[in-house]
Design a protein around this ligand. Structure first.
Ligand SMILES: Cc1ncc(COP(=O)(O)O)c(C=O)c1O
Length: 293
């Protein structure tokens, strides 16, 4: 079992002692928001971005966040220090908090703050080199007009249905198309391809995806390596590529060796250069960080 430590409303607890009441919107309806990230050399990567997005998601659901950024960072640091490892995974969750009855409600007096830290999966290094086998799910991405993918909510059923669909077909993870058939993103990651002309492509925010933090940094570090563009891409156009890779805060950049019947040589030359440039960006983050834990 993975080692972990939880912090519930400011109290640091071993997971076996960490409990939240079941009469919470989070448990009953997935009525909460969350962020996941990781540390590298005892520095939380892009923590400001994560806290900013957490507030934004909570704001969209009308869940108040009565804690300052400093308080949230401090709680995370204390939990990480108590955990005692350098490179860790973290999850910060805010739910609408305790309710008095099981009916749907949007009333909130006291949101619940949960922070979880745990070991980073040992599989990650292997995934960054060997890569992923993806399949396109039959399940479409929630449209922005229904459940906006930009709200990083605790309800991930859209992704879970997609994952279930492709796991049954032997793939490791899923890519979802939107209602019009354009490529959006993966269950928990952004997706990129390198076109036959060497252009880095990634779906535009307007196709209905999470505004990924890693995605933004990849587009920034790609400058000087290759041209890049964001757009609405059909599956065929996007898959017909030299290289494909996926990205998220915890994974970083991972190549894709197969997507449906398409096979890609891994690691691709441009993916490798982007991995290196991204790693340099992480080193810069460590150097400039005022608050290591
Ligand atoms: C649906 C989805 N897309 C993309 C991402 C990648 O986002 P980020 O780079 O901010 O971790 C995630 C991460 O959790 C996600 O859940």
């Amino acid at each position: 079992m993975m080692r972990a430590l939880a912090n519930i409303n400011g109290k640091i607890l071993k997971p076996e002692h960490a409990q939240v009441p079941f009469l919470t919107g989070g448990f009953l309806f997935g009525d909460g928001v969350y962020e996941t990230g990781c540390s590298y050399q005892r520095t939380f990567l892009f923590l400001e971005d994560h806290i900013h997005r957490l507030r934004k998601s909570a704001g969209r659901l009308g869940i108040p966040v009565p804690w300052s950024d400093e308080f949230l960072k401090h709680q995370l640091q204390e939990t990480a220090q108590a955990f005692g490892q350098d490179d860790i995974y973290f999850r910060m969750i805010i739910t609408r908090g305790e309710v008095t009855h099981v009916g749907l409600d949007i009333h909130t007096d006291q949101p619940t703050l949960v922070i979880l830290v745990q070991e980073l999966s040992r599989e990650l290094d292997q995934l960054r080199t060997r890569g992923y086998h993806l399949a396109t799910s039959q399940v479409r991405r929630n449209p922005s007009q229904a459940q906006d993918p930009n709200i990083k909510s605790s309800n991930y059923l859209n992704s879970i249905l997609a994952l279930k669909d492709v796991r049954e077909r032997g793939a490791m993870d899923a890519i979802l198309l939107n209602g019009e058939g354009y490529v959006t993103e993966g269950t928990t990651f952004s997706v990129f391809s390198i076109s036959p002309k060497g252009i880095l492509r990634t779906p535009a925010l307007s196709v209905g995806i999470l505004d990924g933090i890693t995605r933004r940094y990849i587009l920034a570090v790609a400058q000087g390596i290759c041209p890049s563009e964001e757009g609405a891409y059909s599956l065929e156009e996007f898959q017909n590529a030299q290289e494909v890779f996926i990205a998220s805060s915890v994974r970083g950049i991972c190549p894709v060796f197969q997507w449906d019947e398409h096979r890609y040589q891994t690691p691709g030359a441009i993916t490798l250069r982007l991995q290196e440039a991204y790693r340099k960006k992480l080193d810069e983050e460590v150097l400039k960080s005022p608050s290591r834990f």
